[in-house]
Design a protein around this ligand. Structure first.
Ligand code: NOJ
Length: 544
């Protein structure tokens, strides 16, 4: 067993804010619940399922974009930042969602997409109409390179150059994603003001914060220098990584812009700002410095799923955090393959226990709580532009966006019409109605874990004690006010034994939802893919 010095992991401030104690549940609105029988999820559908969210024990719902959009990137191409796409409903449906959520003590967070708009946004239509138009500078326009062609070698994340030639005014515009998603120019003060107003608009309407999309892309190199070749490029990761995006992403000037967002957020009480960027842990934590409350920590998604790797990321993340920087952990989202596919359904239970017992705010992707898996999408049904542009590398994101599996009826109770993406073929076995009834389902495991975390300060705010690992098992303790839990997780499909001379306690919860109250002394047997939470006896409780 490797032992980590506890002092690096302890002595943390206590938790005061709801977003530190609470669990964030991500809803992908198109796929959550369809209320009007057109095959697409909508706001009324979400309202109809708020009781479920409450029952599960989540504290805040983060909705992926619900704004007017041509839907080329399924809502991340926004043509009006302050309205609702008719597919999802109206502003009055949104108001109803806020008030119903409030009644149930649920917060609502929105996706804020500041890096780009749709190419159908009126600002862009103006901007492209003439070089003299007042909106011209709200986007990033450049002349061709001296020898012709795009101004530099920057690539769009979903394939091809990041520059699109626009013959109306004979210049290129920048798009870090699709050509239908032109980048906004955050160096322009009017654009900044307009985008900051968007935050106020939604907070005034009752939201409790934002997940900020592509936060590291906002500012770019002022000289638009070429990105260098990536010496470690693996073509299987997709063409975007052929170059290291050092001039087009994570630019130092980004921090000042985020500080402006934070100032707006701070005009209000208790709003949270969450940042989305796939960066190293070192660079991720740098965004705390700009005022992001929770820069998403994607290490559980991007790191190999082994005891040693997970131990390493927990340690190094904790070592990077400053005293006022609150951690967070994410198991899945609408851009990455589902956890129950990545590690298998049995191991997904261990992942659940890990997510809910680590120090920091957990984010849970809809459907992971019932062990939904990726749904293979036949070629003719592919919707995601990434899969269309860069096919067959497994980059497409449709599989993890399949409709929520509510029950065993037609279309899994998601819709009365054919859903926009296919429902999983095993939905009759894995769905909310079924798993609610099964005492030992993963859904009931999630519910128990969420409740345990909420009820016990040791779990929602206590520091770590020792963090141990070998090739198969990770264990850590969490403590607060005389209470101490030991969490022991077997990351393999083989039974293992965990030994600790000082261990005396009783089992509170296992991933199989059995063995409750079993006394444990010195030695713990772990089944294959088993995780265990032990409450340590008071008498043997040692302050680390
Ligand atoms: C990150 C979002 O999560 C993803 O779905 C989207 O395609 C890109 N940003 C562009 O907005």
């Amino acid at each position: 067993m490797i032992r980590s010095a506890p002092d690096a992991l302890t002595a943390r401030p206590t938790v005061a804010r709801w977003w530190q104690k609470g669990l964030i549940y991500q809803i992908y609105p198109l796929s959550f619940m369809d209320s009007n029988g057109n095959g697409n999820g909508d706001l009324r559908g979400i309202i109809n399922r708020l009781d479920y969210c409450r029952w599960l024990g989540v504290d805040a719902l983060w909705l992926s974009p619900i704004y007017p959009s041509p839907m080329v990137d399924f809502g991340y191409d926004i043509s009006d930042f302050t309205d609702i796409h008719p597919l999802f409903g109206s502003l009055s449906d949104f108001d109803a969602l806020i008030s119903e959520a409030r009644r149930l003590n649920l917060k609502v967070l929105l996706d804020y997409v500041p890096n780009h708009s749709s190419n159908q946004h009126p600002w862009f239509l103006q901007s492209r109409s003439s070089r003299k138009n007042p909106y011209r500078d709200w986007y990033v326009w450049r002349d061709p390179a001296p020898g012709g062609g795009p101004p530099n070698n920057w690539l769009g994340a979903f394939g091809g150059s990041a520059w699109e030639w626009d013959k109306i005014t004979a210049q290129y515009y920048l798009h870090s994603y699709l050509k239908e998603q032109p980048d906004l120019n955050w160096r322009n003060p009017d654009l900044q003001q307009a985008m900051l107003e968007v935050l106020r608009f939604w907070i005034d309407r009752g939201v409790s914060g934002f997940r900020v999309d592509s936060i590291a892309h906002l500012m770019k190199d002022t000289e638009f220098r070429d990105n260098p070749m990536n010496p470690d490029w693996n073509p299987a990761s997709g063409p975007y990584f052929r170059y290291l995006p050092i001039h087009s992403r994570d630019h130092p000037d980004t921090m000042a812009v985020i500080r402006r967002m934070r100032q707006v957020i701070d005009e209000y009480k208790d709003c949270v700002i969450i940042g989305e960027a796939y960066l190293s842990l070192e660079r991720t934590v740098a965004y705390y410095g700009a005022g992001v409350h929770l820069p998403f920590n994607f290490a559980l998604i991007t790191s190999p799923w082994t005891a040693r790797d997970l131990h390493r990321i927990i340690r190094s993340y904790e070592a990077l955090l400053g005293p006022d920087q609150w951690p967070n952990w994410v198991l899945g989202n609408h851009d990455r393959h589902r956890i129950a596919t990545r590690v298998g359904r049995d191991q997904a239970r261990v992942a659940a226990m890990l997510l809910l017992t680590l120090r920091g705010t957990p984010t849970l992707y809809y459907g992971d709580e019932i062990a939904m898996q990726d749904v293979p999408i036949p070629g003719e049904l592919v919707k995601d532009p990434w899969e269309i542009n860069v096919p067959s590398l497994g980059l497409g994101r449709d599989p993890e966006r399949s409709p929520m599996q509510w029950d065993s009826t037609h279309h899994a109770g998601f819709s009365t019409a054919t859903p926009w993406l296919p429902v999983a073929s095993d939905f009759k076995r894995f769905n909310v109605a079924m798993e609610t009834q099964e005492a030992d389902s993963i859904l009931n495991l999630y519910r128990r874990l969420i409740a345990l975390r909420a009820e016990n300060p040791a779990l929602h705010r206590g520091p770590y004690g020792e963090l141990l690992c070998d090739d198969h098992v990770v264990s850590y303790s969490r403590h607060s006010e005389g209470q101490r839990f030991l969490i022991v997780l077997n990351f393999t499909g083989e039974p293992r034994t965990f030994e600790d001379g000082g261990l005396h306690g009783r089992i509170i919860l296992t991933t199989a939802l059995d063995r409750t109250n079993e006394p444990i002394t010195e030695k713990l047997r772990l089944g294959a893919d088993e995780g265990v939470i032990i409450e340590i006896d008071h008498q043997t409780f040692k302050q680390p």
